[in-house]
Design a protein around this ligand. Sequence first.
Ligand code: AMP
Length: 213
Amino acid sequence: MKIIMLGAPGAGKGTQAKMIADKYNVPHISTGDIFRANIKEGTELGKKAKAYMDKGELVPDALVVDLVVDRVGKKDAENGYVLDGFPRTIPQAEALDEALSKMNDKIDYAIDIDVPDDNIVNRMSGRRACVSCGGTYHIVNIPPKKDGICDVCGGKLILRDDDKPETVQKRLSVYHEQTQPLIDYYTEKNILRTVDGTCSMEEVFKAITDILG
Ligand code: AMP
């Protein structure tokens, strides 16, 4: 099962993608996580990506496409994967389709988690991320067991630079301009499915598994 998660930043793509990956036993491929891991390790890619991420802008397509095409070609992705945060532009979607068709392959579903903008801004200000493992929480909706501490690895939880209110506004406008056109792109391919992202995490997941079967 090959799935793409769509939705504004903060719509809950990452949380749902992890739950899907666990249930269907496929890798969760998050380009945001890949960039953050590179930033942490101080790689060249990380240095380049950080400059864009801190401003709430997209990393150029050229830095993302090969990385993802390479990742989906790995052995553990043979039976499926959940792409979280990719594609984010029409050229990225076209490059992915082209690479997949060369492998005689295709995406099965693009799942759009639909959440209105004002809702997003409220959510993002409560989001906290682990400095060590990147796990995400929300101070109200998905609180950690111990305040400020990651349940999984015990790392410190922080408000990511790109989740700060001014950056969130920028990310939302980037989303509307560059990523939302993918809704039409996948509608035309007949693989778009939309779920109401304002429901609880469990309800959203139920709606998704009803689609995936
Ligand atoms: P995310 O964790 O998916 O919200 O990604 C965090 C940031 O990483 C985004 O705001 C972008 O700057 C960058 N990023 C992640 N995925 C992509 C992508 N597919 N194309 C361009 N930039 C991306």
